[in-house]
Design a protein around this ligand. Structure first.
Ligand code: ADP
Ligand code: F6P
Length: 319
């Protein structure tokens, strides 16, 4: 291939800029012309193609968000939308597309590949909700952002001998709560994959208080409930002093961690190498510390397994 394009789609994630930078620079190094498509699939339909140069991606590896911007585009779910997208790609002489996004965005890449237009997916989402890869781009940075919040909230909870419910993102996936809860020493982690009733939660908090702990941190995945509702239920059945915080979109921003810069750079280059060989219909991932790619249909069909062992370990060591 001599001309390729790249877009970011769905929710943004720290590390997307690192991936754009790597794909653009490796593509140019390999003798290709690289276009950026602004605003995801919406920009594909609106013909928002921008030629990218080595310098157009200067000074972005450390920036959160995505310089190409992102959007949600229901029209691209239709056959007509996809045909229009392919027509616009072809109009610019583009032969292959890199899509950075989550499972929804991968469905768009799959549709393009099925219609004969090679597309490669890079997993960009703070949710870590894709089964075929151990980690997604942005997850590590989001975990570190949550850790920073837990540390700060812990300070004031300890002074006042309180319990704090901290609601984190993740959609239907509990990984962000699990990993940040483990790293932040949360006394209780509530995830959608594992039910924990309110009586058990209160028992855990009271037992840890009885062991001499001055504060209690409950990390709650948004897919498992709302912070203020959990706080209200705890207050209803116990004398514990409880506060709640919803971390919200601050989890999606910020300078990417080293790990996310590494993943973005590795996947950006990997995706271009696949297109260079004329290969499409693949998604990039990392498994057992090795960068790899797999078939888009197979990868998207895999069911994510919740890491119960890690969950139990976190609970045992947070006593
Ligand atoms: P994410 O990629 O983070 O999972 P979304 O689920 O919102 O985010 O999907 C992002 C975009 O991907 C959608 O707005 C739409 O343009 C495209 N998309 C989602 N599902 C499909 C589908 N089944 N077929 C084609 N395109 C899709
Ligand atoms: O998929 C990423 C994510 O941040 C989820 O964790 C969250 O549920 C959702 O996007 C929020 O979407 P929006 O930015 O549209 O409010």
């Amino acid at each position: 291939m001599k001309r390729i394009a790249i877009l970011t789609s769905g929710g943004d994630a720290p590390g997307m800029n690192a991936a754009i930078r790597a794909a653009v620079r490796y593509g140019i190094y390999a003798g290709m012309e690289v276009f950026g498509v602004e605003r995801g699939y919406a920009g594909l339909l609106e013909d928002k193609f921008v030629p990218m140069s080595m310098r157009s991606v200067s000074d972005i590896i450390q920036r959160g968000g995505t310089i190409l911007r992102t959007a949600r585009c229901p029209e691209f779910k239709t056959k007509e939308g996809q045909k229009q997208g392919i027509a616009n790609l072809k109009k610019h002489g583009v032969e292959g597309l890199i899509v950075i996004g989550g499972d929804g965005s991968f469905m768009g890449a799959k549709a393009l590949s099925e219609q004969g237009f090679p597309a490669i997916g890079i997993p960009g989402t703070i949710d870590n909700d894709l089964a075929y890869t151990d980690f997604t781009l942005g997850f590590d940075t989001a975990c570190n952002t949550v850790l920073d919040a837990i540390n700060k909230i812990r300070d004031t909870m300890t002074s006042h001998e309180r319990v704090s419910i901290i609601e984190v993102m993740g959609r239907n996936c509990g990984d962000l709560a699990l990993y940040s809860g483990l790293g932040g020493g949360a006394e209780v982690i509530i995830v959608p994959e594992h039910t924990l009733d309110i009586v058990r939660i209160v028992e855990k908090l009271q037992a840890s208080k009885a062991r001499g702990k001055l504060s209690g941190i409950v990390v709650l995945a948004e897919g498992a409930g709302h912070a203020d509702e959990v706080a209200a239920k705890i207050k209803e059945i116990s004398p514990l002093s409880v506060r709640s915080t919803v971390l919200g979109h601050l989890q999606r921003g910020g300078s990417p961690s080293m790990k996310d810069r590494f993943l973005g750079t590795s996947w950006g280059v990997h995706a271009v190498k696949l297109l260079e060989k004329g290969i499409g219909n693949r998604i990039c991932g990392i498994r057992d510390n090795k960068i790899y790619d797999m078939d888009i249909v197979e990868g998207c069909a895999m069911k994510k397994q919740f890491n119960l062992e890690l969950y139990q370990m976190a609970s045992i060591v947070a006593r």
